[in-house]
Write a protein that binds this ligand. Structure first.
Ligand SMILES: O=C(O)CCC(=O)C(=O)O
Ligand SMILES: [Fe+2]
Length: 252
């Protein structure tokens, strides 16, 4: 059985992302999965202590909720479609990149307001624990949707990110945040819902999380607009071909 409660239409989601920069699919995640993911995270928190941690590729641990999610064929197909619609030239042959992000305790403070663009075309966000709480203190997601286009060159992306993800730039953005929430695109998330945004194009971050609560999200990223190994891959394929030709001629 799929982790998704129903079939989702990638074209409709992509259209919404182009228009509004964000999509919320209500009750898209099987409640049973949420329950299992919550007890999985609780286990991790009691094992690691109340601090910030992020597990990369948690989906590779078989028998865990992150694996069930990452290995779900419907989710894989949806992520592939969305990545191709968002950026037709992006590489989508890689395994979906997953992160389980847990913010708990005082160390979460330093991990907030770190504005960034994701490396991949599409970001899917699956909330596991979302604390209720005071405004701008419960890890709310803040987005500046579809702020940039795909950059034609990887080096341009690197250069741009070096600027807009630098300490002074981030501090400036924070200093200039309007006090009025209605002037900002703040997303209040809810476990059970599934959220999407164009991660590569959307400048985004999280507000701090007060010390006494736990916030946990599963992130899925897919579609590499700058597959660095494209040239390398082509060269390798060429080498293999050349080699087989050599072998053929030796055999002959
Ligand atoms: O946990 C979240 O709400 C988003 C985190 C994020 O942007 C990321 O891990 O790339
Ligand atoms: Fe992100």
């Amino acid at each position: 059985m799929s982790v998704l409660t129903r079939r989702l239409d990638p074209l409709a989601i992509a259209a919404e992302l182009d228009q509004n920069g964000f999509a919320c699919i209500e009750n898209a995640i099987d409640p049973k999965w949420i329950e299992e993911a919550q007890s999985y995270v609780n286990g991790l928190v009691s094992e690691k202590g109340r601090r910030y941690f992020a597990l990369t590729w948690p989906s590779r641990n078989k028998g865990t909720p992150p694996h069930t999610l990452g290995a779900d064929p419907d989710i894989q197909a949806l992520m592939g479609e969305l990545a191709r619609i968002g950026c037709p030239s992006a590489a989508t042959d890689e395994e979906i990149y997953t992160v389980l992000r847990v913010v708990a305790g005082a160390s979460g403070e330093g991990k907030s307001l770190i504005y960034h663009y994701d490396k991949y075309v599409i970001t899917a966000l699956v909330p596991v624990f979302i604390p209720p709480g005071p405004k701008r203190k419960s890890g709310e997601l803040l987005i500046f949707p579809n702020k940039r286009r795909y950059r034609a060159f990887a080096w341009l992306n690197i250069l741009e990110k070096a600027i807009v993800q630098s300490g002074w730039y981030r501090r400036r953005v924070t200093d200039k945040l309007p006090a009025d929430d209605s002037e900002l695109d703040i997303k209040i998330l809810k476990p059970g819902n599934l959220y999407f945004f164009w991660g590569y194009r959307t400048y985004h971050t999280n507000f701090p999380v007060s010390e006494d609560v736990v916030r946990a999200t599963m992130l899925l990223h897919h579609g590499d607009p700058h597959p660095s190994s494209l040239l390398l891959k082509a060269w390798k394929a060429h080498q293999i071909k050349k080699e087989s030709r050599i072998l053929e001629s030796v055999d002959a």
